[in-house]
Ligand binder design. Structure first.
Ligand code: ADP
Ligand code: MG
Ligand code: MG
Length: 211
């Protein structure tokens, strides 16, 4: 079943909940290889998003929901992740346009545009130990699942699974972008916080699509 505005709203509400629930864990990850604020940044941003969702008009499209997330994250999150996630949701919004229902292909293009936006802004490549290490395998897995004929929920489940594995795979890496890059080999053995939050957000997308 194609995913409409009710799913988009559920996804974003579930995102806010999961980020709040994992706030301390994200803070700990960022304390290990950054400045310890990632959980706080993301929780502040998504809490602000929650307060604005109810103001959306009844005729809002999934793209309108994503755009509201983008503008709110850009204005409230700060740090590296605010503009990066903000750009991701903004490009995702542009990719789905004014569609009322998203099919598997639209879900793939939403995820691909989000990832491309982050790369455009942050210039990270796979293996740099950033959120891109979760996003890029997620986009690839989503495209593969769609090509196999999976439905939207299946595509998002494949993306979430790949993002979780990608986040885990940042642990042995040396960082080449962001604050963790100042640490050199001392970053080895620690998971990238932005890759972990990406995995949480994509798992929320999959769970709400399957509901
Ligand atoms: P800050 O580093 O400014 O305190 P956050 O702690 O909120 O911001 O976010 C840190 C996360 O941002 C990192 O874990 C990493 O995933 C991501 N990040 C940092 N720089 C880049 C970049 N150039 N490209 C992609 N992601 C990045
Ligand atoms: Mg930080
Ligand atoms: Mg910071």
């Amino acid at each position: 079943m194609a995913l409409g505005t009710p799913w988009a709203l559920d996804w974003i509400r579930a995102s806010a909940a999961v980020i709040a629930e994992h706030r301390a864990e994200l803070i700990t990850l960022d304390r290990d290889i950054g400045d310890g604020d990632h959980g706080e940044n993301m929780d502040r941003g998504f809490a602000a998003v929650l307060t604005k969702l109810d103001d959306l008009p009844d005729e809002a499209t999934p793209g309108d929901v994503l755009k509201l997330v983008a503008t709110t994250l850009i204005s409230t999150v700060g740090g590296a992740s605010g503009p990066l996630f903000g750009t991701a949701y903004l490009k995702a919004s542009g990719a789905v346009g004014s569609a009322r229902e998203l099919d598997s292909a639209a879900v793939v293009s939403l995820l691909g545009a989000a990832r491309d936006g982050i790369v455009l802004r942050g210039k990270a490549e796979v293996g740099d130990k950033t959120m891109i290490d979760a996003w890029t395998p997620a986009v690839d897995a989503a495209a593969g699942a769609a090509a196999e004929g999976q439905d939207e929920a299946g595509v998002l489940a494949a993306a979430a699974e790949a993002a979780e594995r990608g986040a885990e795979a940042t642990e042995p890496l040396v960082a080449r972008k962001g604050r963790a890059s100042y640490l050199g080999e001392r970053a080895i053995g620690h998971r990238d916080p932005g890759a972990q939050s990406t995995a949480l957000l994509l798992r929320a997308a999959a769970t709400t699509a399957a509901a």
